[in-house]
Design a protein around this ligand. Sequence first.
Ligand code: ATP
Ligand code: SF4
Ligand code: MG
Length: 336
Amino acid sequence: SEPVLTVRGLNVDYGTGADAVHALRDIDLTLHRGEVLGLAGESGSGKSTLAYAVTRLLPPPGVITGGEVHYHRRDGGALDLLALSAAGLRAFRWQELSIVFQGAMNSLNPVHTVHSQLTDVLRAHRPGMKRSERTARARELLALVGISADRLAAYPHQLSGGMRQRVMIAMALALEPEIVIMDEPTTALDVVMQRQILSQLVRLREELGFSVVFITHDISLLIEFSDRIAIMYGGRIVEEARADAIYRDPHHPYSDGLLHSFPALHGARRELTGIPGSPPHLSAMPAGCAFHPRCGKALDACAGHVPVLAAPDGDASRTVACWLHRPAPATAAPRP
Ligand code: ATP
Ligand code: SF4
Ligand code: MG
């Protein structure tokens, strides 16, 4: 199917000069029209940084140091997101792409009702809409996310966390964007709610036809609900494949570790072994494959050579960045 968002060679640093740390390295990613793409990886792997960078919302000291991000319109035209003006970006966000941030349910305005927050979005972006039309649309949006219209008059504190999150989704859908990005918090306590949110989004996607990027550390959730999954480690994508392919046959040892860090929701019970050690700090990223200090399958080449993300031999349907899946370089003279 056709792409709706393409990211090529994206690099992001936090800080500049001698203080700069590399938060994203050489990110290549394609979101296809109508698909649910899951982005997984431990805390600090760069998931939120990627979401912020592609939507041009990266807060300082974050800087995009290279790469390209394009949005592809239905008419075949492409928009260079890294070159958009401030006005172009304002129109792009909400209309074409909306993003619901980690902890967004707490970012509803506490002194405004659900009705006024939903209609504000419409007032700002649909100047021709009448007041009565805005109210009708607000009801419709709440109904979409399974909230009854009598909650329009409610203030955020009168709603449960799950309901507030659904109000945020309703706001994100208000202008019928082509892409919805959801960045979910990574605490284990939130997984039940993440599951509800994700199943709701998948249902709405089928109804309305938008594409979804869902970000979580919980890969088992993504296996169940997404079409494809990209797995991040140390600021790089280390594997990308169809969800069922990742589940049945993870190629990257880190993907395999993640799959064994969460109980399976369905099917055969997995042995929970987790991943030894902890994720690297940006300021002390291991050379070569960043995962090598934690990898049970590391080869001699792994500590000195970065494996690039590429399709393994004879399988164009997935990509993996691991020396187990391509000829490893000789290690007679490893790079420092
Ligand atoms: P989580 O699952 O905890 O949300 P994440 O995968 O979203 O993690 P990011 O928030 O993108 O990870 O962070 C990636 C890396 O960038 C981390 O090492 C983090 O410490 C670093 N980082 C994030 N924001 C800043 C900042 N403002 N200044 C410096 N470093 C930052
Ligand atoms: Fe392990 Fe080497 Fe593959 Fe990295 S490249 S995941 S260290 S085998
Ligand atoms: Mg995050």
